[in-house]
Design a protein around this ligand. Structure first.
Ligand SMILES: *[C@@H]1O[C@H](CO)[C@@H](O)[C@H](O)[C@H]1NC(C)=O
Ligand SMILES: *[C@@H]1O[C@H](CO)[C@@H](O)[C@H](O)[C@H]1NC(C)=O
Ligand SMILES: *[C@@H]1O[C@H](CO)[C@@H](O)[C@H](O)[C@H]1NC(C)=O
Ligand SMILES: *[C@@H]1O[C@H](CO)[C@@H](O)[C@H](O)[C@H]1NC(C)=O
Ligand SMILES: *[C@@H]1O[C@H](CO)[C@@H](O)[C@H](O)[C@H]1NC(C)=O
Ligand SMILES: *[C@@H]1O[C@H](CO)[C@@H](O)[C@H](O)[C@H]1NC(C)=O
Ligand SMILES: *[C@@H]1O[C@H](CO)[C@@H](O)[C@H](O)[C@H]1NC(C)=O
Ligand SMILES: *[C@@H]1O[C@H](CO)[C@@H](O)[C@H](O)[C@H]1NC(C)=O
Length: 863
């Protein structure tokens, strides 16, 4: 009780403090750009973007007086979308130049591309170059292919150049080698900025032991490739410190299962900029959130906290790391000391943020330059690991912000290749160094020759809700339709067609078992250990590691049609997915033509077993809510936490398993599909899944989105409430389908007639209302009307809190009237999930969700 009110108090304080920060930020102390041009291409007049910034149409603008002429089409996209600047585009079929008279100095150029069809111009036909004075910003660029590969609907590319007094010429040149090619642009931003780069003295991390300082030329041209608010939420341009930069959430770039812990500043700590770090370097929101490795020193010593950032090979990159200690008790040197690796090379040993900054709450940033060789895409690795040589107090590491800028190459170009083939020519700089050492040549001639170009590729929050492309493309489908049943997914191993070679790289993420070990674990597939049987084969209970660890062992039927290929893809997919609310794949065995998968053992079986036709005692309401919240978090992770959206496709009560502590884990990704990419808001597929849970929209349109899972989850919610199966053919026609019957009862105000009799009078009315409202919204007819999984999680948490509150005020007279108690659940959950929790943590800890919840709450209370 005491702990609880303490938590509420500190959480309330946190809320208050964040509100204060928002109020206290005096924008006049931020940088005010001299030039701030926002050009809405293809439009005329003034228009506001969703964040309130005012854009001017480029028709008849002084930057392009000839634009009234022929040949340059101003085109409107889907008229229903009216978002500035992407609802209109300027299309060029021959080269065209915008001229911006500017005063001398450094600027950001932001180019907005919405790869959509414009009238008779197909999105996929646009290939073009963009130059700015002597610099090539883009070459043979296809916004369509790029957005598709990144899974973004919309692209913003940010460049920084130093303009001389002549101003800036920005030229769009359609490719001459592609038929029907054209160039297009939706919006151009020109913002003058202070000197962010030339005072930097980055260390060149090139595999040599002693790092030399790399000199950033004052005329360097750069492209921003990544700008991440590590451990925090995306920061939109208007909340930046005057430069209108976008800061993204970092969670999607974290490697593997180890997400560390994200947190924000102690309420007593205010971010205070020293003179060496002007406040325009990064806004306080960046420094006041961080990611660290976690509370367990032993775990931390065994992993690297790693971000993987795909980049174009063949360029130098400036990597800027932002640090700030923001929580007690870390206030002194040698408390938290760590190593920083870039591309597997040591960038800094014994990094000590307090040592650099001289105090808690004081920001500091460090610059490094790494070189990459070859052509095509490669990954830039940024990794942190505790350094124990100096015997620090904590074995941990921290990072608050991460920026990556591409430097122009010796051809004055920042342009990479379109995505597609990965670089075959990628050369590890260390090999080069070894080679050159052999040949007794000099130190690689790098330093002088390369002067700046930075390329930035941004996409993210500012795009949400904007510019949803409507293009449809049929996807080839894999094997025939199957429904699955039973624990651990007895469905055939399926399917999202990656190649074996791609899969093999991930195999080291999970463990290999010999057939002898598997036989020992299952007592030679003793039938008394059978947990279930399905199309795929049989699932056995087993013990490994000398009986310590219980596992579920899924053995493919040797006669099953499923090939090695599907087996590999399942391993590839599952081994990458780690989450507290997903059943984990522990390992696999592929020997003697056997294909065997080893999973965590879920002692309490399926959720379904606890609901109906069971000897098990009925679950109390609170526990049911906890199970639903866990499963919803697992699905939310599938939808957003991995590199690609993953759609489960077979969400149902038998695929939600419970471990010995009744923690819910989503299982059976056998039917899962990688979700839609940028130009497709859905994937078209054969309808698969289980009767009773089908999304009607998916059924009608054969178009799968993550909202299909939301629908099925809505059915599960009613199953939990009513303790009856999704389909019961024994009942009269109108009652066969639970989803239809429940919606009918809800409309007619008779839901209380069909709820689990055990629950009668045990559910607090507000909790019931919140729960039913959520379930009904999940069952909305079209995906658009359904909530996202994260909303479902929040609403279910609210339902749980309302229940707890009611139960407490029942037992403790008067109860707790402080509304903040309602947030405590969220806080608690986050600390439980720690290491494994991913984007969920980030999105749940952040301040705005809390605020939203408080609004929801207020409406609830008013009612
Ligand atoms: C500061 O904020 C006020 C009100 O929010 C606004 O009117 C003003 O233009 C802002 N100033 C700058 C320099 O952004
Ligand atoms: C822009 O182009 C015009 C016409 O080609 C040229 O006169 C002018 O010098 C250019 N300005 C810059 C800054 O390159
Ligand atoms: C821009 O270039 C000029 C001339 O090279 C240099 O003097 C100036 O410092 C540069 N400005 C910035 C912000 O880098
Ligand atoms: C924060 O400040 C308050 C008031 O000065 C003080 O009571 C509290 O102990 C401080 N908390 C920490 C963690 O220092
Ligand atoms: C870093 O090491 C990992 C694993 O050891 C490897 O997969 C990756 O390609 C390396 N990255 C670079 C940029 O060398
Ligand atoms: C962390 O990364 C460095 C550099 O790639 C590597 O040498 C080290 O083995 C890694 N440590 C762990 C525990 O993975
Ligand atoms: C620079 O351009 C030349 C000629 O187009 C080309 O051969 C060379 O590979 C380019 N260099 C780089 C680093 O892209
Ligand atoms: C332009 O990019 C496309 C797609 O990557 C590629 O197929 C084509 O060969 C490229 N064209 C040129 C001229 O480089």
């Amino acid at each position: 009780m005491q702990l609880r009110s303490l938590l509420c108090a500190s959480f309330a304080f946190l809320l208050l403090a964040t509100t204060l920060v928002v109020v206290a930020v005096d924008n006049s102390t931020y940088y005010v750009p001299r030039d701030d041009i926002l050009l809405n291409c293809g439009a005329s007049g003034q228009a506001s973007s969703f964040d309130g910034r005012s854009w001017t149409g480029d028709t008849g603008t002084r930057y392009a007086p000839s634009l009234n002429g022929d040949g340059f089409d101003a085109l409107r996209k889907d008229p229903s979308v009216s978002t500035v600047p992407c609802s209109t585009a300027r299309v060029f079929t021959s080269p065209f130049t915008y001229r911006f008279p500017l005063s001398a100095g450094r600027i950001f150029i932001r180019l907005h591309f919405d790869p959509s069809d414009y009238s008779n111009h197909a999105a996929s036909d646009a290939f073009f170059s963009v130059t700015s004075g002597p610099y090539t910003l883009l070459h043979n660029f296809s916004a369509y292919l790029t957005a598709d590969a990144l899974n973004f609907a919309y692209l913003i590319r940010e460049y920084s150049v130093n303009v001389s007094t002549g101003g800036l010429n920005l030229t769009f040149i359609p490719s001459t080698t592609h038929p029907n090619s054209y160039a297009f642009i939706n919006g151009i931003e020109i913002v003058s900025i202070p000197d962010l780069f030339s005072s930097a003295t980055p260390l060149l991390v090139d595999g040599d032991d002693g790092h030399i300082v790399y000199t950033i030329d004052p005329d360097q041209a750069l492209e921003t490739v990544y700008r991440l608010n590590v451990g925090g939420q995306a920061i939109p341009p208007i909340e930046d410190s005057g430069l209108f930069r976008s800061w993204d959430d970092d969670s999607r770039y974290i490697y593997g299962a180890a997400f560390g812990v994200s947190y924000s500043n102690d309420p007593n700590v205010t971010v205070t900029y020293p003179t060496s770090v002007p406040n325009y370097i990064a806004p306080p929101d960046v420094y006041s959130t961080a990611r660290s490795m976690g509370p367990n020193a032993q775990v931390n010593l065994n992993y690297n906290l790693t971000w993987i950032l795909p980049v174009d090979a063949g360029f130098y990159y400036l990597v800027r790391l932002h640090f700030c200690e923001i929580q007690y008790p870390i206030v002194k040197v040698n408390q938290r000391v760590f190593d920083i690796y870039l591309n597997n090379q040591t960038a800094t040993e014994e990094a000590d943020v307090i040592g650099w900054s001289a105090g808690i709450g004081i920001p500091v940033y460090k610059d490094y330059v790494v070189m990459t060789m070859g052509r095509g895409q490669m990954d830039l690795w940024v990794a942190l690991h505790p350094d124990i040589l100096t015997k620090p107090e904590y074995h941990d590491a921290i990072l608050n912000g991460l920026e990556v800028f591409k430097l122009k190459n010796s051809n004055n170009s920042l342009a990479g290749l379109n995505p597609g083939a990965r670089s075959q020519l990628y050369v590890d700089p260390r090999d080069l160094r070894k080679r050159s050492a052999k040949h007794k040549s000099e130190v690689p001639v790098i330093v002088g020759g390369v002067v700046g170009g930075f390329a930035v590729l941004l996409a993210g929050f500012c795009l949400i809700g904007m510019c949803k492309c409507q293009k449809k493309k049929m996807m080839k489908e894999g094997k025939g339709a199957v429904t699955s049943n039973g624990p651990y997914g007895l469905s055939p191993l399926s399917l999202y067609g990656n190649t074996r070679s791609a899969a093999s790289a991930d195999f080291n993420l999970c463990r290999y078992f010999s057939i002898a070990e598997i036989k020992a674990a299952t007592n030679d597939f003793d039938e008394s250990r059978l947990l279930g049987v399905g199309g795929f084969g049989k699932v056995y209970r087993g013990e490994i590691d000398g009986g310590i660890t219980k596992v579920a062992i899924k053995r493919a039927n040797p006669l099953s049609e499923q090939g090695v290929h599907q087996f590999q893809t399942e391993i590839e997919m599952l081994s990458k997915l780690r989450h507290n609310h997903l059943v984990s794949l522990i390992g696999y065995c592929e020997e003697n033509c056997e294909m065997i998968l080893v999973y965590d053992y879920m002692a309490q079986g399926t959720l379904r077993e606890h609901l109906c036709k069971t000897q098990k005692p009925p679950l109390p309401w609170k526990q049911r809510l906890e199970i639903c919240i866990g499963a919803a978090r697992g699905l939310h992770y599938l939808h957003t936490g991995a590199k690609h959206t993953i759609i489960h496709r077979d969400v149902k009560a038998t695929n939600i398993l419970l471990d010995d502590k009744r923690v819910a884990k989503v299982s059976d990704f056998g039917l899962s599909k990688i979700g839609p990419t940028a130009d497709k808001s859905h994937v078209s597929t054969m309808v698969k899944g289980s009767f009773g849970y089908f999304d009607p929209e998916y059924f009608r349109m054969m178009q799968l989105t993550e909202k299909s899972d939301v629908y099925s989850f809505g059915v599960v919610l009613f199953e939990v409430l009513c303790a009856r199966p999704a389909l019961n053919p024994m009942l009269s026609d109108e009652k066969v389908s639970l989803s239809e019957w429940a919606l009918h009862c809800q409309k007619n105000g008779m839901l209380d007639m069909i709820i689990d009799p055990y629950l009668k009078d045990k559910i607090a009315p507000q909790s019931f209302e919140t729960f039913v409202e959520t379930a009904v919204r999940c069952l909305a007819d079209t995906g658009k009307e359904r909530p996202s999984m994260v909303d479902v999680v929040r609403n279910l948490e609210l339902a749980l809190q309302l229940q707890e509150r009611a139960e407490e005020s029942d037992s403790i007279d008067g109860g707790i009237s402080d509304e903040t108690v309602l947030f405590v659940g969220t806080e608690n959950k986050d600390s439980d999930d720690r290491l494994i929790e991913s984007s969920t943590t980030t999105s749940m800890i952040g301040k705005s969700p809390a605020r939203q919840e408080s609004q929801v709450l207020e409406t609830q209370i008013e009612r």
